[in-house]
Design a protein around this ligand. Structure first.
Ligand SMILES: C[S@@+](CC[C@H](N)C(=O)[O-])C[C@H]1O[C@@H](n2cnc3c(N)ncnc32)[C@H](O)[C@@H]1O
Length: 221
């Protein structure tokens, strides 16, 4: 299989059968954290758009890529660490402050962090940035994937921690905001609210990888 650099730093592509796949170069060669496929003796790990909204946004044509090898990332809704583990490959000299409010998933996340030097797991509620603000470095990038009714409010609150000129990425799940409203309406309302406080630089619908999800890329004003 021929593995090529993708147009985005830290991402690679290859053809697998009839489809293109996304890969990262593993920080822990040979080690499989999830059930991801490994290539070239474990040097590369396959990042699935069906499991990661970031990967889904890339496949859906995300126009800008903000991650650098030394980026400082505040990640809200880290869960077991699937996407976080790939960001850890993409930003080997950076650090990811990986926050989740569920003790059960943070327990699993800690196992991933023990194998990787650039992830700091934090058990905290993303609604309360004041509880972790003193424990993190100033982020270049905020990444949020929490299925909560007030996702936009949480995002805007945490954007205040991001350095001037930094960016935020919001994976928005419409059904968590209001199950009775059409997703398109929720996306429109979310965008209007985000535009009051940030510059919305890109917007992607994540269908067919994720039902009723949109992905916003925002620049701090
Ligand atoms: C869809 S999962 C995230 C999947 C993960 N981002 C990935 O790509 O691998 C959503 C996570 O958000 C967490 N969550 C929900 N509400 C939260 C809150 N208020 N603060 C922090 N985490 C929260 C949940 O515990 C859950 O693990």
């Amino acid at each position: 299989m021929e593995i090529k650099s993708a147009k985005f730093d830290g991402l690679f592509t290859a053809e697998k059968g009839k489809r293109s796949i996304l890969l990262t170069k593993s920080l822990t060669p040979g080690l499989r954290h999830f059930d991801e496929d490994l290539y070239e003796n474990g040097t590369y790990r396959e990042l699935s758009p069906r499991r990661s909204k970031l990967a889904a946004a890339v496949v859906k044509g995300l126009s800008q890529w903000l991650f650098r090898k030394d980026s400082v990332i505040l990640y809200l809704g880290a869960s077991h660490g699937y996407t976080v583990s790939f960001l850890s490959d993409i930003c080997p000299e950076g650090i990811i402050f990986a926050i989740d409010s569920a003790p059960r998933v943070v327990r699993d996340l800690i196992f991933v962090c023990e194998q990787r030097r650039n992830i700091a797991p934090i058990l905290a509620d993303a609604n309360k940035p004041e509880t972790y603000q003193e424990r993190i470095a100033q982020p270049d990038i905020l990444y949020q994937d929490v299925a909560q009714k007030n996702q936009v409010e949480i995002f805007l609150k945490n954007m205040q921690l991001v350095r001037p000129g930094g960016f935020g990425m919001l994976a928005l799940k419409a059904r968590s905001v209001d199950i009775t409203k059409k997703p398109e309406l929720i996306f429109r309302e979310a965008r209007a609210e985000l535009e009051k406080h940030t510059i919305v630089a890109d917007y992607r619908i994540l269908h067919p990888f994720e039902k009723d999800h949109a992905f916003f890329l925002c620049k701090k004003k």
